[in-house]
Ligand binder design. Structure first.
Ligand code: NAD
Length: 258
C-alpha cells in the first residue's frame, strides 16, 4: 500500500474497523501514516487480521473492543482506547474519529418490530452520538470527525425506512457539530456511500441483484470499500481543512438517475 505520510503523527479511531468499509478506511488511514485504533464488536479475529494487514504494509494499528448498542458502550470504547493507546507508548488524545460501524434493517414500515427499531437506532445513531460526545475530551484542535451515513438519507427508500432514519439523524450530528467545533479547527463531515460490496447486504450474493444495483451507478459497477475509504482519508487530511458540515455523495453517481 502506498504511504503518503500525510497523516503521520495523527491518531485515528475507526468504529467497525475490522471489515468492509471500516477495514478499508483503517488500512487507508494507516497507509497515510496514522496510528489507527481498529474498533470491533464481536469479530476479534477479523480485527486482529486487519491490524496484521496494516502492520504488514508497514503501518501502525491496534484493536479496540466494545460492543455497540448496549448501555455504556461509548464509555467502554474509550476506556479500551485509552488503555491500548498507552500500551502503544503513544501520547494520549485523538486526531481523527470515523463513525463507521452500522447495521441495516431491510424492512418496510409494516414489518419493523419495536425491538428491531430500538436496535438499529442504538447502533447507528445513539452509539456514534455518545462516542462523539466522549471523543470531544480527547480530540486535539484541528481534528477530524467523519460520519459514514448512507445515500439512502436523500432519497425515498421505503424498503429500509428505519435504517435511513438512523442515518438521517447522523447527518444532523454532522451539521450541528461542524458549527460547534469550527472555532477549534475541527472539521465534521459526512460520507454517504451507495451500494458497496461488503457483507452488510447479503442480497449482493445474488448475481441478478448485483447487476441491478451495479446498474444504478453511472459507472455500472458496485462500489468497493476502497472507493469510500479514499474519500474519508481526503476529509481526514490537511487538504480538506476548508471543508466542513458537508454531506459527500460517494455512490458512483447514483443520484444522476437514468
Ligand atoms: P459491514 O457489515 O461489513 O461492516 C459494519 C461494521 O460495523 C462491522 O465492522 C461490524 O462489526 C460493525 N458493527 C456492527 N454492529 C456493531 C455492534 N453492535 N458493535 C460493534 N460493532 C458493530 O458493512 P459496511 O458496508 O462496511 O458498513 C459500514 C458503514 O457503511 C455502515 O455504517 C453502513 O450503514 C454504511 N453503508 C454501507 C453501504 C453498503 O452498501 N455497504 C451503503 C451505505 C452505507
Amino acid at each position: 500500500m502506498t504511504t503518503t505520510g500525510r497523516l503521520r503523527g495523527r491518531t485515528a479511531l475507526v468504529t467497525g474497523g475490522s471489515r468492509g468499509i471500516g477495514r478499508a478506511v483503517s488500512r487507508r488511514l494507516a497507509g497515510d501514516g496514522a496510528l489507527v485504533a481498529v474498533h470491533y464488536g464481536h469479530d476479534h479475529t477479523a480485527a486482529e487480521r486487519t491490524v496484521k494487514e496494516i502492520e504488514g504494509d508497514g503501518g501502525r494499528a491496534f484493536a479496540v473492543h466494545a460492543e455497540l448498542g448496549v448501555h455504556g458502550d461509548a464509555a467502554a470504547l474509550w476506556a479500551a482506547f485509552d488503555r491500548e493507546l498507552a500500551a502503544q507508548d503513544a501520547p494520549p488524545g485523538l486526531d481523527i474519529l470515523v463513525n463507521n460501524a452500522g447495521i441495516t434493517l431491510p424492512r418496510a414500515i409494516q414489518q419493523v418490530a419495536e425491538d428491531d427499531y430500538d436496535r438499529v437506532f442504538a447502533v447507528n445513531t445513539k452509539a456514534p452520538f455518545f462516542i462523539t460526545q466522549r471523543a470531544l475530551e480527547r480530540l486535539r484542535d484541528g481534528g477530524r470527525i467523519v460520519n459514514v451515513s448512507s445515500a439512502a438519507t436523500r432519497i425515498a427508500y421505503p424498503a429500509i425506512v428505519a435504517y435511513a432514519m438512523t442515518k438521517a439523524a447522523l447527518d444532523h450530528l454532522t451539521l450541528s457539530l461542524a458549527q460547534q467545533l469550527g472555532p477549534r479547527g475541527i472539521t465534521v463531515n459526512t460520507v454517504a456511500p451507495g451500494f458497496t460490496e461488503t457483507e452488510i447486504n447479503p442480497t449482493l450474493r445474488d448475481p441478478q441483484v448485483r447487476q441491478a444495483l451495479a446498474g444504478a451507478s453511472v459507472f455500472d459497477r458496485l462500489g468497493a470499500p476502497a472507493d469510500i475509504a479514499d474519500v474519508v482519508a481526503f476529509l481526514a487530511c490537511d487538504d480538506a481543512r476548508w471543508v466542513t458540515g458537508q454531506w459527500i455523495d460517494a455512490t458512483g453517481g447514483v443520484h444522476l438517475g437514468l
